[in-house]
Design a protein around this ligand. Structure first.
Ligand SMILES: NC(=O)c1ccc[n+]([C@@H]2O[C@H](COP(=O)([O-])OP(=O)(O)OC[C@H]3O[C@@H](n4cnc5c(N)ncnc54)[C@H](O)[C@@H]3O)[C@@H](O)[C@H]2O)c1
Length: 372
């Protein structure tokens, strides 16, 4: 018998398959079972990767005693009920981003984590980038001084899922996804900045969302497209720190520059990673050799490999090799500011963090194959 930690994948679509591929050569964990409500897809993936334990019923999979953890790779409004049921069944949970379809659902997941004492990990892919690691070092070394502003920018000129070609229709309607560009790509950029600034406390948010660019009408109809293709926001955090947000799936504009962090002594452009400072009265833009940094980290520091990417990190956490990055806390705060933008757009005014928490409601879906 293998001594690898047995995991199960719930939802074997595009990202579920990518999780399976990500674990194939992992010496610590193995995909012992898979689950999908679509039997044809389940068998296709099971046959392709030689996985024989297959379930169409999530509740039945969760009864399997040997399965230590599950990866929830379902659409956003299914994340909370399945993750919570899995933690209550004694499983550790790796859930895809965004944490859930609303702040209320994400909070319910965090509360279940605390109640059950299980581990909950959210896929926030940019936290493991070399850019993030280098920026973190510079910030921790005090090179930025007092941080006062961050800019979260994400650009696709024409890249709405499904209606512009990639991925499934469940990405672009409120029923299954709960949000568009802000949930899809914005979650990466916002969570990266919140992580780098120590997850500051949100005070208030304003913003607007848009869906104006023409699309294939047949695909609009099939998908019920009703989410934002462009989200803009301005958020106030504690200690005078602010964040402006611009996240696009589709816009008639040139590419946006990358996300930035601004401090009293220096600033950082995240891509390509640059430290902007004044050295001996000379305005300086310091380029960082990330390849050399990565090489040095992996040859000199034993724990660098624990943080190579989200799945590697999760496997090392499950194996007890390293402390877990607090991805659930970072994802919950990301969800809060995103929901603040949706609320501000709806109400036509700024909203406080307390109001976001009080007004947020669950949009979690009834899941036919969860209860036994
Ligand atoms: N596609 C991407 O590039 C990508 C990237 C990062 C994160 N994600 C996230 O991953 C999640 C899934 O996205 P995706 O692109 O893989 O979607 P997808 O539509 O390709 O796959 C979803 C799968 O879930 C299955 N499913 C639906 N309801 C189910 C149920 N009740 N029980 C079991 N299986 C069920 C479907 O049959 C399908 O195979 C989303 O939260 C998304 O935000 C996707």
């Amino acid at each position: 018998m293998s001594d690898k930690i047995p995991l199960a994948i719930i939802g074997c679509g595009i990202i579920g398959e990518s999780h399976i591929r990500g674990y194939v050569d992992n010496p610590l964990v193995e995909v012992a079972a898979i689950c999908d409500i679509d039997e044809a897809r389940l068998d296709f993936i099971g046959d392709k990767y030689g996985i024989t334990r297959r379930f169409t019923h999530i509740g039945r999979l969760l009864l399997e005693k040997d399965i230590a953890a599950v990866d929830v790779c379902l659409h956003n409004n299914l994340h909370a009920p399945v993750s919570i049921a899995a933690m209550e069944a004694g499983k550790d949970v790796y859930c895809e981003k965004p944490m859930a379809g609303t702040y209320a659902d994400a909070l319910a997941m965090e509360e279940a984590r605390q109640c059950t004492g299980r581990r909950l990990h959210i896929q926030l892919g940019l936290l493991y980038n070399d850019e993030t690691k280098a920026a973190r070092r510079l910030i921790e070394a005090g090179r930025l001084g007092r941080l006062y502003h961050m800019r979260s920018y994400g650009y696709r000129r024409r890249g709405r899922p499904y209606v512009d070609g990639y991925a499934t229709k469940e990405f672009v309607n409120m029923t299954t996804a709960g949000g568009g560009a802000l949930f899809d790509m914005g979650v990466y950029h916002i969570s990266q900045l919140l992580y780098l600034t120590g997850v500051p406390k949100l005070e208030r948010v304003t913003g607007q969302t848009y869906a104006e660019i023409a699309m294939d009408e047949e695909r609009r109809k099939i998908s019920g497209f009703n989410v934002e293709e462009l989200g803009c926001g301005f958020a106030f955090y504690e200690n005078g720190l602010t964040m402006d947000i611009l996240e696009s799936w589709a816009i008639h504009a040139r590419p946006f520059p990358s996300s930035i962090l601004c401090g009293s002594l220096g600033g950082i452009t995240l891509s390509p990673l640059t430290l902007h400072t004044r050295e001996q009265d000379m305005e300086s833009d310091l380029a960082v050799d990330l390849k050399a940094m990565n090489y040095l980290d992996h040859t000199v520091y034993a724990d660098a490999a624990f943080y190579d990417n989200s799945q590697q990190h999760w496997a090392h956490v499950l194996a007890g090799n390293c402390p877990q990055i607090e991805t659930a806390r970072i994802a919950l705060e990301t969800q809060k500011v995103q929901e603040g933008i949706f609320m501000a757009a709806q109400l036509g005014r700024e909203v406080s963090a307390e109001e976001i928490a009080a007004r947020s409601v669950s949009r979690a879906l009834e899941i036919p194959n969860l209860a036994l």
